[in-house]
Ligand binder design. Structure first.
Ligand code: ADP
Ligand code: ASP
Ligand code: MG
Length: 402
């Protein structure tokens, strides 16, 4: 008898018809003789709606109360799905994240799972119940509700699969697999049969939100068989695994991230210690910095530019204003109408000229590159947000074709 963890995202449980559809997927799996744990997200746009509702009441609510509010979305889904399964005549029980033993740290809004006490879920499985678990939520050591960050239900599912020793973790969503680019941006993106953990981790971290990046990290760590597939059409999806068949693809995918802001400090003295002061000041405020660019100008001064998430922009500027005169910057500038577009693929290490090909695609489309960053398996550029969908398309057709 296999143990299967299935996760259903917001669009898969968006309305009554979809919930009944998910109930059928789960009960079919159960009927085939498997033990089933299903992790659910909030219905449709519920989480966004709750965030908007909170902003009406208080533009700066505490993170603790935000988590109390946001966790309710998943609780609605789990109960409705359990009711749909009851109606089909199968034994079922729904559990909140805390009933299912999810213990997290106290970083409200972006908490990390520390441990799962799996006893309750195991007891329910031993009773032959189908177990429905609310994704995205946990409990910290003070018994306060936490949430795992946007898209975090994927991570709930993978963590549960790891903790229970499941045979497979299936992520059901509104696309039928992982594509070479977001099919909403690139209509002729190609579906991948398989992808490695490392490539998917890069893609997810660089904006391909089909999987929460931490879920991929965890799947790799615990060697979880992960599959992304459609809840609406019955066909094979994409498998994420350690090593895959050799194939000729130079790159695996193109990703876009619009959650980027750039901050520049201008005309800094060209002396040692300046970068240290700037970035230790940001680190002290727990601000994550992504791409960094330093340029030397003719007057023996340098400019330093870097990117942060949009949410951290104001905090970063505030912190830097305080040290502006001590580091000798003439001006602090920022922009948030920018995007990061990236290509990912393990094949690029062995193939020189990949970067040139990417820049050629952008140059042919007359798209200006503002910053560049590379690693062994990815190349990212910062460009104007208005050009980003076009950039993803031209890069995609250069490497993968139309
Ligand atoms: P869920 O609610 O099921 O968690 P998400 O909206 O979080 O669904 O993730 C699915 C979406 O991810 C798709 O609708 C698609 O637009 C987007 N996406 C981004 N990059 C990719 C990609 N490379 N392959 C497939 N989907 C992608
Ligand atoms: N409902 C949460 C969100 O919208 C978690 C998830 O869907 O994975 O981010
Ligand atoms: Mg998601």
């Amino acid at each position: 008898m296999k143990l299967i963890v299935q996760k259903f995202g917001g669009s898969s449980v968006a309305n009554t018809e979809r919930i009944n559809n998910v109930a059928r997927i789960i009960t079919d799996t159960y009927r085939e003789g498997n033990r089933v744990v299903a992790v659910v997200s909030a219905q449709g746009d519920t989480t966004d709606d709750l965030i908007a509702k909170a902003a009406e009441i208080n533009p700066k609510p505490s993170k603790r109360e935000m988590d109390v509010l946001l966790s309710t979305g998943e609780q609605i889904s789990m109960a409705l799905l359990a009711m749909a399964i009851e109606r089909l005549g199968f034994p079922v029980i729904s559990l909140t994240g805390w009933q299912a033993g999810f213990l997290s740290n106290s970083n409200h809004g972006d908490a990390r799972i520390k441990r799962i006490d799996r006893e309750r879920v195991e007891n329910e499985l031993a009773k032959r119940n189908i177990v429905i678990v609310a994704g995205f939520q946990g409990l910290n050591k003070y018994d306060d509700i936490t949430t795992l960050g946007r898209g975090g239900s994927d991570t709930s599912a993978v963590a549960l699969a790891a903790s229970l020793g499941a045979d497979i973790c299936q992520i059901y969503t509104d696309v039928d697999g992982i594509y070479t680019a977001d099919p909403r941006i690139v209509p002729n993106a190609k579906k991948l049969e398989e992808i490695t953990y490392d490539e998917m981790l890069e893609l997810a971290s660089l904006g391909a939100n089909v999987l929460h990046n931490r879920s991929v990290e965890m799947a790799k760590k615990y060697s979880i068989h992960l599959e992304v597939l459609s809840s609406l059409e019955k066909k094979p999806g994409t498998r994420v695994r350690e090593a895959i068949k050799m194939e000729k693809m130079l790159i695996k995918g193109v990703a876009r991230d619009n959650d980027v802001a750039r901050i520049s400090l201008l005309e800094l003295p060209n002396t040692p210690g300046i970068a240290f002061k700037i970035f230790s000041c940001l680190a002290a405020k727990h601000i994550n910095v992504d791409i960094i660019l330093q340029s030397v100008s003719s007057a023996n001064t340098k400019d330093i530019s870097f990117t942060v998430s949009k949410a951290n922009k104001d905090l970063a500027v505030e912190a830097l204003e305080e040290i502006k005169s001590s580091v000798g910057a003439s001006e602090i500038r920022c922009a948030d109408n920018i995007s990061k577009v990236s290509i990912v693929g393990a094949g690029m290490v062995a193939n020189p000229g990949v970067a040139a090909m990417m820049f050629e695609a952008l140059s042919e489309a007359n798209i200006n590159i503002e910053m560049i960053s590379t690693s062994e398996i990815k190349i990212s550029v910062i460009i104007d947000e208005a050009d980003s969908a076009r950039a993803v398309n031209v890069i995609h057709s250069k490497f993968i074709g139309d």
